[in-house]
Design a protein around this ligand. Structure first.
Ligand SMILES: [Zn+2]
Length: 83
């Protein structure tokens, strides 16, 4: 049976918890070995999203969130953007 929370999440009204997550990484530049990523996680359905841009004055713009395909503490490998 669906709960109120499931319905809220279905309507994209997630109960977001915002945090900054530390990750080791490679592929951005030879001297960038780790990054901090702005993450938000729904307290109800555990959906995770990451913010794709640096924040401006700590403000988030709704359209720059995208689903996070990594887990906390995962080592991230980035593909080169240019050849
Ligand atoms: Zn949710």
């Amino acid at each position: 049976m669906k709960t109120i929370k499931d319905i809220f999440c279905f309507l994209y009204l997630h109960n977001w918890k915002y945090k900054i997550e530390y990750h080791t990484c490679e592929g951005i530049s030879s001297h960038i070995k780790n990054i901090n990523i702005n993450i938000r996680e729904c307290r109800w359905c555990k959906k995770r999203q990451s913010y794709t841009l640096p924040t401006i004055n700590g403000m988030y713009s709704e359209r720059h969130w995208s689903d996070a395909k990594f887990i906390p503490g995962e080592h991230l490998k980035f593909k080169r953007a240019y050849q």
